[in-house]
Design a protein around this ligand. Structure first.
Ligand code: SAH
Ligand code: SF4
Length: 368
């Protein structure tokens, strides 16, 4: 469920939790207070240049000079912006960020009624192969490191700051990749992001979305991780679901629902279920009824997402009338649901779509 990292390889300072930073600095003869100062400079003030930073007293400046930079133990360089698109409705801004090895990932900032949510990527590409998803269509490239997930939040905060907005309110791990396939890096990143004296986006503002990686869901429950959980279903029978979500063959629907019940019982929390509505495929009232039966007894909220069209999938989005009819059936079964607005569709705001578009622009034969 995780990536093996070379312990000797240079690390981003943004990979480190506060405890790790304290260990590193105390090991070099500095104090935990020095570590807290450096932490605030990095994660609260969002400094990108540490050398000469006015908050860092001489001992910290010396540590930075010795340990941070090219060919040193740590680096700080943020990802560069390969594309920055604002939707015509002004509510969505989508960044394509280029990482140190040239890989690109997407981070989306959505604003609604003055509140902003960032949608973060957890992997470059994705191994799960959901047929309607642009990221699934490109395949797996690599796991993101904690610092590469943290860097997306920093980037979103700085972008909001520059445009005079208050900071982010919520985070959703619904960009490129499967968070629970990169469990350790994702959970480390969330620990860093939610630390109060730094970025301070607490667990109640963070939602992890999974395609249904059963061991990961059970581990979240066993470890009593305090984040919200969203599970992507899209089909309420094994046959219908695995046609859209090949990962369902590895973690069958029956096992997934059992894991969800365990999760609710162990954590006392409800689960959000994601359902991408595809016209004529999974949007009939009978399918809504089966979904209601599947969820019986669970504390659940359903998010209905009309399909964002992607290059590699011929399906189309369910029209609003049919989506409302689906919602009505769920309501009668006792389940609240939300039809998610398809904002920012003109900036390819579906997960993985911008990277796929950029790849098509630069390669005459198209992506993959
Ligand atoms: N891998 C995780 C999180 C990233 S995808 C997961 O699958 O849950 C986040 C959500 O976007 C999922 O519910 C996914 O099914 C949905 N999604 C992906 N591509 C989409 C598209 N083209 N149109 C609508 N929803 C899509
Ligand atoms: Fe991966 Fe999620 Fe896309 Fe499926 S929907 S391919 S799990 S990113």
């Amino acid at each position: 469920m995780t990536s093996a990292a070379d312990p000797a390889a240079p690390r981003s300072l943004h990979d480190l939790t506060l405890a790790e930073l304290q260990r590193a600095l105390v090991g070099a003869g500095l104090s935990p207070t020095h570590a807290r100062t450096l932490w605030r400079t990095l994660h609260h003030h969002l400094a990108t240049e540490l050398a000469g930073h006015p908050d860092l007293l001489p001992p910290l400046q010396r540590w930075v000079a010795e340990h941070v930079g090219a060919d040193r133990r740590y680096f700080t360089h943020p990802p560069t912006v390969a594309a920055d698109l604002a939707s015509t409705d002004g509510l969505t801004r989508k960044f394509l960020l280029q990482l140190a090895d040239g890989q690109t990932i997407e981070t989306v900032v959505m604003g609604f009624k003055g509140r902003h949510t960032a949608c973060l990527s957890t992997q470059a590409g994705c191994a799960m192969g959901c047929v309607f998803c642009a990221t699934g269509q490109m395949g797996f490239v690599r796991h993101l490191r904690p610092g590469e997930i943290v860097a997306q939040v920093r980037h979103a905060q700085l972008a909001l700051r520059e445009t005079g907005h208050p900071g982010l309110r919520n985070l959703v791990l619904m960009g490129m990749g499967e968070p629970l396939h990169n469990y350790d890096a994702v959970l480390t990143a969330l620990e860093i992001i939610s630390e109060r004296s730094g970025l301070n986006l607490g667990p109640s503002r963070i939602t992890i979305s999974t395609v249904g990686v059963v061991p990961g869901i059970l581990r979240l429950a066993a470890e009593q991780r305090p984040y919200h959980l969203a599970v992507s279903l899209h089909g309420a029978t094994e046959e219908e679901r695995s046609a859209l979500v090949p990962a369902s063959r590895r973690w069958p629907l029956a096992d997934l629902m059992a894991a969800c019940r365990t999760y609710c019982a162990q954590t006392g929390r409800r689960i959000f279920f994601e359902w991408t509505l595809i016209a004529g495929q999974n949007d009939s009232p009978a399918q809504a009824e089966r979904l209601g039966q599947l969820l019986t007894g669970l504390a659940a909220h359903v998010n209905l997402i009309p399909l964002n069209p992607t290059g590699g999938f011929a399906g189309t989005a369910t029209q609003l009338d049919a989506a409302k009819a689906f919602q009505q059936v769920l309501k009668q079964a006792g389940f609240p649901s939300t039809i998610r607005q398809r904002r920012g569709i003109d900036v390819a705001a579906g997960c993985g779509q911008l990277r796929a578009e950029k790849a098509r622009e630069t390669s005459p034969s198209g992506v993959k």
